[in-house]
Design a protein around this ligand. Structure first.
Ligand code: GP9
Ligand code: MN
Length: 715
């Protein structure tokens, strides 16, 4: 006891006590108040050590102050700030399932929600843990158990402590990067940074990002838009009369096929079709299927695909547009355009946490009326979710009780997730007698099984759409968001595609970036369309089908069905594909040009004309990407409002209590309600949904009833 007293009466001893208190509080909060999805023992270990580094560094700053009393006071202030940040985050998280960012703290962000008065009502009895330390410290001082250490503290020792903090942080960062590569580069979710690096680092990271963004933004002026407007008007592709307005007034259902590549379509393994349902849909006479359609995502993966499809602009060269700029930018996006021009109600269904990719904020800026995230689905069923959320069969089947309440026409997007890396489907979810391939690469093998599962989920969903009648009045659009198997896995995949692993090259990798794009609608003259295009072209294509001219919108792609469609496919790394050539930068920084038909490398030395053409194409690709980046980085759409468009105010959107809102809307409209439910004489159609999802064990309650929704599903 005496030794302890002696130690605590030293300046370092007092600091150590504060660090330990902070650590205990943080660890308790990590496990009790936050849902950080800590999976493996390494992640637990990282969680246990991450509060140390920054608190050692920050509290250690007070050691540089020579005057003892001031040094103690500064240390105390830092401790109070740290404790307040922790508790502030706890309250904020309880209300919004999210963490405090610079914008939310300062109230500067457009979607900033601040710590409202209601946050105080979020206090819990166990919160006593978070203040008991202050009482202990006070008592220790009042009883003179601890006194201020009057001896001098050497600056060199203070420096040593700062260095120790920095070293510990580097170690923490290294462990985090090993467990989650590109943690800071991709910024999937704020909770990942907190999980791996703690609150201080998250706030530090967020401050740097916010400062960078606001610097670029403040330099922007309205006339920056002139150049952009000239570009979009020069590159506008007029709609094709044959298709314009074909889907006018119909529901639009977008199905996001996670990690789904085009090569799966029509493919057989062990004599069995991998995706029999999608194959039949692809070849259906009412389907327009594209076989030269590429994903164009960067590091933002799913979120980049969403960016392109909703806003008509590319993702960013680094990181995810959604998380870095999407929470604050001004949008003129699909849900708002369809809502304002044609009266669509918009909704997203996704079985993951709403903060992933900052969707809960970005969707508001886009004008999405509803966002049904994991909190709207039953999460109690054992094994119902995998790494990135609820399994597709459950998500789709549990969605229809909300879908049937939406006013028609609706624009509804379903983001599937089971076919996501690492592609490990539990045995009980393997349908029929499908047997996966048996290569040496387990990722490759698993990919076919999860793709098969996704296919079977969609078959069930389509059957419901048909049986409920929704099908007859809807245009259904399906697309693969990006590759599932990466370039490093492709050589292992090669033999299954009838190619050789040894000869596999960059051209082959580029071709594997093809993803499905299908438009299915009763009465649509279908067929396989060989037009070259990519995700950036989807928005103008869909809007034209819906009968909305895109001329006044800032969109970087062109309608795939237009005769003036631009068929140069630009990748985010500036590589590109034309209907004849694939142009890729090689490891030496030179361009390799391949002939699409044969895959042969073209020697340009005696082809000056082609060389010139390629240079010109490259310029147009660079310009397109650069214009998109300028619009996004400078947030230029705030300076431009297309005629007849009303800017979106995210404050008008709220994804809490959506069930009540559905019911209120229905009763307010009375006989004018156009929802499927109302059209079905106020009868639910959920009983028409049939799924063989093994997790349900025949229990349909989560499909048919709303009881499972967390009553406080608030964001
Ligand atoms: C998660 C999901 C996956 O919610 O959309 O995103 P990804 O890892 O494919 O970018
Ligand atoms: Mn994805």
């Amino acid at each position: 006891m005496n030794n302890l007293k002696k130690f605590l009466n030293k300046r370092v001893g007092f600091m150590t006590m504060l660090i330990v208190f902070l650590w205990i509080k943080t660890i308790i909060a990590y496990y009790l108040d936050f849902k950080l999805g800590v999976a493996d023992p390494i992640q637990h270990f990282i969680l246990w050590i991450n509060p140390f580094a920054t608190s050692i560094f920050l509290l250690g700053l007070a050691l540089y102050i020579s005057r003892p009393k001031i040094s103690y006071i500064v240390m105390g202030i830092i401790y109070v700030i740290e404790s307040a940040l922790l508790y502030g985050n706890i309250l904020y998280y309880r209300q919004f399932t999210d963490f405090l960012s610079v914008n939310t703290i300062t109230g500067a962000g457009k979607v900033s929600k601040g710590l409202g008065a209601s946050a105080a009502s979020m206090a819990n009895p166990h919160d006593i843990i978070y203040i008991v330390d202050f009482i202990i410290i006070l008592v220790l001082f009042l009883t003179h158990f601890i006194k201020i250490d009057q001896s001098k503290f050497r600056k060199l020792n203070a420096l040593a402590i700062s260095m120790f903090g920095i070293m510990l942080f580097s170690f923490n960062l290294m462990l985090a990067e090993c467990n989650r590569p590109q943690l800071l580069g991709r910024t999937f979710d704020r909770s990942y940074i907190v999980k791996y690096l703690g609150f201080n680092s998250y706030l530090g990271y967020d401050s740097i990002k916010t400062a960078q963004n606001s610097q670029v933004r403040s330099s922007a002026v309205g006339t920056d838009m002139d150049h952009v407007l000239k570009y979009t008007s020069d590159n506008y592709a007029a709609p094709n009369k044959k298709y314009f307005g074909k889907a006018k007034g119909k529901n639009i259902i977008i199905i996001h096929l996670e990690s789904f590549q085009q090569f799966l379509i029509g493919m057989k393994v062990n004599g069995q079709e991998v995706t029999p349902f999608l194959n039949s849909l692809y070849n259906d006479k009412n389907t327009l299927g594209f076989d030269n359609f590429y994903h164009e995502v960067g590091q933002g993966k799913t979120s980049d695909a969403e960016t392109m499809l909703e806003s008509g602009l590319f993702g960013l060269p680094e990181g995810s547009f959604f998380t870095s700029l999407g929470t604050d930018n001004t949008f003129q996006a699909a849900p708002a355009i369809l809502g304002q021009k044609e009266g669509y109600t918009s909704a997203v269904f996704h079985g993951n946490i709403g903060s992933f990719w900052s969707r809960n904020d970005v969707y508001k800026n886009m004008g999405y009326d509803y966002f049904f995230d994991e909190s709207y689905f039953n999460q109690e069923t054992p094994n119902s979710a995998m790494q990135y959320g609820l399994k597709d069969k459950l998500m789709l089947s549990e969605s229809v009780k909300y879908l049937e309440q939406l006013q028609q026409p609706f624009y509804a997007k379903f983001i599937t997730v089971t076919n996501h890396y690492p592609f490990q489907l539990p045995e009980e979810d393997v349908t029929g007698d499908f047997t996966k391939p048996d290569t040496d690469n387990t990722t490759v093998n698993g990919y076919f099984e999860t793709a098969h599962y996704l296919d079977s989920s969609l078959k069930e969903f389509f059957q419901y759409l048909k049986d409920s009648g929704i099908y007859d009045n809807s245009m259904i659009v399906l697309y693969g968001d990006h590759y599932g198997l990466s370039n490093s896995q492709n050589p292992a995949l090669a033999p299954l595609l009838g190619a050789s692993s040894e000869d596999w090259n960059d051209f082959d990798n580029a071709q594997l970036q093809k993803v499905p794009f299908m438009i299915h609608m009763k009465g649509l003259k279908g067929g396989i369309d060989h037009t070259y295009g990519g995700e950036i072209d989807v928005l103008p294509t869909i809007l034209h089908l819906a009968g909305i001219n895109t001329k006044s919108y800032i969109e970087m792609g062109t309608d795939l069905l237009s005769k003036q469609h631009n068929s140069i496919v630009a990748f985010r790394n500036k590589n590109f594909i034309t209907p004849r050539y694939t142009v890729l930068r090689n490891a030496d920084g030179d361009k390799d040009v391949y002939l699409n038909k044969t895959g042969e490398l073209v020697d340009l030395t005696d082809k000056p004309k082609l060389k010139k053409k390629i240079q010109k194409w490259q310029q147009t690709v660079n310009e397109r990407l650069q214009i998109s980046d300028t619009v996004n980085n400078k947030n230029l759409l705030r300076f431009y409002t297309p005629s007849g468009f009303t800017p979106i105010d995210p404050k008008n959107y709220d994804y809490s209590d959506q069930i009540q809102r559905l019911l209120d809307t229905r009763s307010a409209l009375g006989l004018k309600s156009t929802s499927i439910y109302s059209k079905n004489n106020d009868q639910s159609t959920t009983s028409l949904y049939h799924t063989d999802a093994s997790e349900l064990n025949g229990d349909r309650s989560s499909i048919d009833s709303w009881d499972y929704v967390k009553s406080n599903s608030q964001k």
